[in-house]
Write a protein that binds this ligand. Structure first.
Ligand code: NAD
Ligand code: UD1
Length: 336
């Protein structure tokens, strides 16, 4: 029996493939390489000493997806494939709805057709919107401020309706907080195209001299130092959370949402200081205007994942910074 990983050459998917192979699972990856590189497969195989099966395929390709289920004995699906840039989703909403929602519908139809009803889905803390107070619990009302966020809320609803219609489905909705860092081998990591939107890849590029300085988006938030607070989680801890969720969906039926975060909030300045301490590199910064759509503070109550999945994050902010930096140093141009 194999685990199908959609989006498995991407940032979180590649780390999850390593954990799956290390744990002895057979892994099949489907990815159209729209935001990742085929080289990730070599690196995953190099780290683990195991091989996986790769299909370069768009999940919207129905016949192609049927073929994957036809050719393999699949026990469960971990579904990462999706577009994830918030700003781009505002510019190109139809592409986001088409890719993320239609892609998930095609995947679910293929699963139903072949009797595969175990799924772990990549949701996001973005579903908590702007109005809830941290620490965030899974039962809070959901809302979104951009098409990307709406795709996550809509897919969660599609999966809830699917389970309601057929109680033999088993689904975990994993709401990630802010994944950063990289595998400690330094061989897989985040490889953003162009100018990074997210904080950690921007910091590592400043440290590497590729960018002059960090712009800190807002220092007048209602937080202790005025900069935004987030719940950063090491991508390897996050990947391990998927294995715990996988066990749960294989063993029982139902649908549940789980926060995957550390429960600890760090400000932008905390992260800058932690990075400097962990790596010895100085990060020049300037204070800039707030970024549209940002909130002051967002961190998880991760206790449900601990109670029901037996998972909690183990790595601290220094591990995250050191590992992000090792990836940057070893791969100055990502997988290129
Ligand atoms: P990523 O872009 O590195 O990985 C996504 C992968 O999916 C890429 O390899 C891309 O090529 C592939 N893909 C996209 N559309 C596809 C399609 N139609 N068919 C086949 N493959 C397709 O992103 P990531 O950071 O690894 O995120 C993985 C998932 O987690 C996404 O669903 C994302 O929305 C979600 N998520 C990410 C974060 C984050 O901060 N990275 C936070 C919360 C949720
Ligand atoms: C971003 C996404 C969110 C997604 C999350 C997961 C946006 C608007 N939101 O959220 O949907 O779920 O990633 O990874 O893109 N910052 C700076 N300077 C920078 C970059 C960031 O000061 O150059 C600050 C931000 O204002 C924020 C913090 O750093 O306070 C983290 O930013 P980022 O890494 O982009 O993550 P989120 O904003 O949490």
């Amino acid at each position: 029996m194999s685990i199908l990983v959609t989006g498995g050459t991407g940032y979180i998917g590649s780390h999850t493939c390593v954990e799956l192979l290390d744990a002895g699972y057979d892994v099949i990856v489907v990815d159209n390489l729209s935001n990742s590189k085929i080289k990730a497969i070599d690196h995953i195989e190099g780290i683990t000493g195991k091989i996986l099966k790769f299909y370069k395929l768009d999940i919207l390709n129905r016949e192609g997806m049927y073929n994957v289920f036809e050719e393999n004995d699949i026990e469960a699906v971990i579904h990462f494939a999706g577009l994830k840039a918030v700003g781009e989703s505002v510019e190109e909403p139809l592409r986001y709805y088409q890719n993320n929602i239609t892609g998930t519908l095609v995947l679910c139809e293929a699963m139903q057709r072949y009797g595969v009803k175990n799924m772990v889905f990549s949701s996001s803390a973005t579903v908590y919107g702007m109005d809830n107070e941290s620490p965030l619990t899974e039962d809070l009302p959901l809302s979104a401020t951009n098409p990307y966020g709406w795709t996550k809320i809509m897919i969660e609803q599609i999966l809830r309706d699917t389970y309601a219609s057929d109680g033999t489905w088993s689904i975990a909705l994993l709401r990630y907080f802010n994944p950063i860092g990289a595998h400690e081998s330094g061989r897989i990591g985040e490889d953003p195209n162009g100018i990074p939107n997210n904080l950690m890849p921007y910091i590592t590029q400043v440290a590497a001299g590729k960018r002059k300085m960090l712009n800190i988006f807002g220092n007048d938030y209602d937080t202790p130092d005025g900069t935004g607070i987030r719940d950063y989680i090491h991508v390897v801890d996050l990947a391990k959370g998927h294995l715990k969720a996988l066990q749960k969906v294989i063993e029982s039926n139902g649908i549940d949402a789980y926060n995957l975060g550390t429960g600890i909030g760090y400000s932008v300045l905390d992260v800058v200081k932690a990075f400097e301490k962990a790596t010895g590199k100085e990060i020049p910064y300037v204070m800039a205007d707030r970024r549209a759509g940002d909130i002051a503070s967002c961190y998880a109550d991760p206790s449900k994942a601990y109670r029901e999945l037996g998972w909690k994050a183990e790595k601290d902010i220094y591990d995250m910074c050191k590992d992000a930096w090792r990836w940057q140093v070893n791969n100055p141009n990502g997988y290129e």
